[in-house]
Design a protein around this ligand. Structure first.
Ligand code: PEP
Ligand code: MN
Length: 338
């Protein structure tokens, strides 16, 4: 529930309302606005009886929020959250963040070369999977801990913070030690136990949208993480499954402006997994940035033809360098300064 105060409500009246909420066994979170203060009520399981609250001095109205998420919604937290990943900032109104790197870490040389290429072209973060959620058990499953160490090394060598996927709770400690950001993949978006543990780490998180998740389910998944006290969550649209087979998934770009309105968390787009086609990656990245994405994550491999996974959607180092020149032109057009 949201309690909206009159614009001339005094601090004393606000404090009285907060005390009344606490007396009901619930939590109260004041949300100061430019015109009036609202008070978010948290901790209720079902409908909150607001008959007492509504009669208190200074209360204008109460709004029952039936959504399964509150902490991540703009209603409760109007100010945009900035997520800081070792100095790389998502959602601060400056230039969007470009994350690039291979689908998987395949060898020390491969990830070092990829890191060097994406850094030279202007990426701000490096990606690379060490623990891979493959659809079939016979596909390359990633190098595991060895891959994680190579990724960290490549991040240090290039000066780029790294993001990598966590699939299981038991991997969390190790991944937090080696990576700057935890990725929760599409297949784990509703692994609620994992989300809760990720929330307890306080480590920045990249939460990908499940392939059949609605926006409400997507935000409810983020709520699991934030409810544990970790507000450092970046959302990632990576395409949803539809009847269309020409592309790997269907990129739902309308979520970008929608989520920006519904939530204070930053949102980025992964056009590689969304389309599955190298040819579509640059243009859909630009479309995402025009739609207001706070960044994009693209797969880049030093030798896409020899990639152990997702080669068809990976840009080569040269492709990526060209892509970044184009992105710079777009940033100029969109009015971002250097
Ligand atoms: C990935 O980014 O490596 C990945 C597996 O993506 P998704 O979870 O979106 O399929
Ligand atoms: Mn991939």
């Amino acid at each position: 529930m949201l309690i909206v105060m009159h614009h001339q409500a005094t601090q004393e009246q606000i404090d009285q309302v907060i005390a009344a909420v606490i007396a009901m066994g619930l939590q109260a979170e004041p949300i100061p606005g430019s015109l009036r203060t609202a008070i978010g009520v948290l901790g209720n399981q079902g409908y909150v009886d607001d008959s007492t609250i509504r009669t208190l001095a200074g209360v204008r109205e109460t709004i029952h929020v039936s959504k399964p998420y509150k902490l991540v919604s703009r209603d409760f937290h109007p100010v945009s959250t900035v997520v800081d990943v070792s100095g790389v900032r998502f959602g601060d109104g400056e230039k969007p963040v470009i994350i690039a790197g291979p689908c998987s870490v395949e060898s020390e040389e491969q990830i070092l070369e990829a890191a060097e290429q994406v850094k030279a072209a202007g990426a701000q973060m490096l990606r690379g999977g060490a623990f891979k959620p493959r659809t079939g058990p016979y596909s390359f499953q990633g190098l595991g801990l060895k891959g994680l160490k190579y990724l960290q090394q490549a991040g240090q060598a290039s000066g780029l913070p790294v993001v990598t996927e966590v699939m299981r709770i038991e991997q969390l400690d190790t991944i937090c030690q080696h990576a700057d950001m935890l990725q929760v993949g599409a297949r784990n978006m509703q692994n609620f136990d994992l989300l809760k543990e990720v929330g307890k780490t306080g480590h920045p998180v990249l939460l990908k949208r499940g392939m059949s998740a609605t926006i409400e389910e997507f935000l409810a998944a983020a709520e699991y993480i934030v409810a544990e006290g970790n507000t450092q969550v970046v959302l990632c649209e990576r395409g949803i499954r539809t009847f269309e087979k020409t592309t790997r998934n269907t990129l739902d770009l309308s979520v970008v402006p929608l989520i920006r309105e519904m939530s204070h968390l930053p949102i980025i787009v992964d056009p590689s997994h969304a389309t599955g086609k190298r040819m579509l990656v640059p243009i859909m990245s630009k479309a995402a940035l025009v739609a207001g994405a706070h960044g994009v994550m693209v797969e880049v491999h030093p030798n896409p033809a020899g990639a152990l996974c997702d080669g068809a959607q990976s840009l080569s180092g040269n492709d990526f360098a060209e892509f970044m020149k184009d992105i710079d032109r777009l940033y100029e057009f969109l009015g971002y300064s250097d």
